[in-house]
Ligand binder design. Structure first.
Ligand code: SF4
Length: 413
């Protein structure tokens, strides 16, 4: 379990007797609640904590912080479960219209042939730079944006062929959590009503009393008190609002939650609380997640499988263990090399990619990554690479690994 700081950031109106961090500190002593600490100076560093003024070994201040940075610590699951979601050749192309008559003069290929699988009770992380099409994939799976082509099979049903009324009946099976929960909540509604909203639509037969009890249970499940039902969204912190949006998603008992950057607006300690909560819920109720993120540290903690996306296509996929320990695609290698580390002994070289991600309205010929790839070859400019297996669970789309092409990089498979 990822280290987390218990409790919540106190209200700005709180009057403190002792150390402001004492209510959340797992090493707090009696004095911490009674008296504010004084600065303790150790060389060029200073710390405001009673531990050090009362004899704690000050050399600890010079130890590097024990922060887990991604590669190497990986989520593990043993059993091979059934697919819940199977996406094949998914395409979402938006027309570009011009002129008085709004003629279509081109298409933005936001998603351009994505394949992925989410297993029952597991987490797939979808990773890539901003603008690569991750969020559009999430919305098109939920049919919030209708795909241009391809297949989305969810729990035995082909979602792309369902009518609006058929989709409405299945909406409770798949939910979405956004980066900014506040924007998805009506500020004039009470929290109890916000959570009960989806339940009313999906389970019209429930009595108000039963519904209220369920809302309270879901609030407690996400670590909030039952009396939160009578409060408004602005009365909660960012992390608490994200908990409320998780409770709202859970209220309709979904099988899959698409988490679209749910922790990227939160500070690190609150981020850990939300990630731990999502993991605990998965263990408890067997829910599956498609976790959209650009943060590799989060991926290594929460996900079982990973798919790396570049300009509307998946370029590498596999188990988190395989992909993070042995990235094969030059883009994945560059992404991982850029993950910050606090270890001063780390000599990892950062691979700097030239230029920006190209426009999806005019993707490059051949491999979409070739204008930025440090290992680009002639064939990369002419032909898109086919998918090659690295092992039974790890795949990469790159000419470096296709058997009919030379491998000038010398990278071991
Ligand atoms: Fe680089 Fe060529 Fe591989 Fe594309 S196919 S990632 S350009 S080596």
């Amino acid at each position: 379990m990822q280290a987390k700081i218990e409790g919540f950031v106190p209200s700005l109106q709180t009057r403190f007797e002792g150390c402001r961090f004492a209510p959340r500190c797992d090493r707090a002593m009696t004095i911490c609640h009674q008296q504010p600490p004084a600065w303790h100076v150790a060389g060029r560093r200073q710390v405001l904590c009673h531990l050090y003024t009362r004899g704690e070994d000050v050399t600890r201040l010079n130890e590097p912080p024990t922060v887990s940075v991604p590669v190497g610590s990986v989520a593990q699951t043993e059993a091979e479960p059934e697919p819940l979601l199977q996406v094949d050749a998914l395409q979402v192309h938006f027309p570009i219209e011009a002129g008085v008559f709004k003629r279509t003069v081109g298409h933005v290929r936001a998603v351009d042939g994505v394949d992925m699988t989410v297993q029952n009770g597991r987490t797939l992380a979808l990773v890539g730079e901003s603008g690569c099409g991750k969020t559009t994939v999430g919305k098109s799976i939920l049919q919030l944006i209708r795909p241009t082509g391809g297949s989305v099979r969810f729990d035995g049903a082909e979602l792309t062929r369902l009518s609006h009324s058929e989709l409405r009946q299945r909406r409770s099976d798949f939910q979405i959590i956004f980066q900014d929960p506040y924007s998805s909540m009506n500020p004039r509604m009470l929290i109890g009503d916000i959570i009960a909203e989806g339940m009313k639509v999906q389970s019209a037969g429930d009595t108000p009393d039963k519904r209220r009890k369920r809302v309270e249970r879901h609030l407690q499940q996400v670590g909030l008190s039952a009396d939160s039902v009578a409060r408004y969204p602005h009365e909660f912190s960012g992390g608490q609002r994200q908990r409320i949006s998780i409770a709202r998603a859970l209220a309709v008992e979904p099988k899959l939650i698409i988490c679209d950057e749910p922790t990227s607006a939160l500070d690190v300690s609150v981020q850990a609380q939300i990630l731990n909560l999502l993991q605990e819920l998965q263990k408890e109720i067997g829910i599956s997640y498609l976790f959209i993120t650009h943060n590799m540290s989060v991926v290594s903690y929460i996900a079982d499988e990973i798919a790396i996306m570049y300009l509307g296509r998946i370029v590498e996929c596999g188990t988190v263990r395989d992909v993070l320990r042995s990235p094969q695609h030059p883009y994945t290698q560059a992404l991982l090399s850029a993950v910050p580390t606090l270890d001063p002994a780390s000599k990892r070289e950062v691979i700097r990619l030239p230029g920006d991600i190209p426009s999806p309205s005019n993707p490059p010929a051949g491999c979409y990554f070739h204008p930025r790839c440090p290992q680009s070859m002639d064939i990369c400019r002419r032909r898109y690479p086919r998918r090659s297996p690295v092992n039974g669970q790890h795949y990469v789309d790159c000419h470096l690994y296709t058997s009919d092409e030379p491998n000038p990089s010398g990278i071991e498979r």
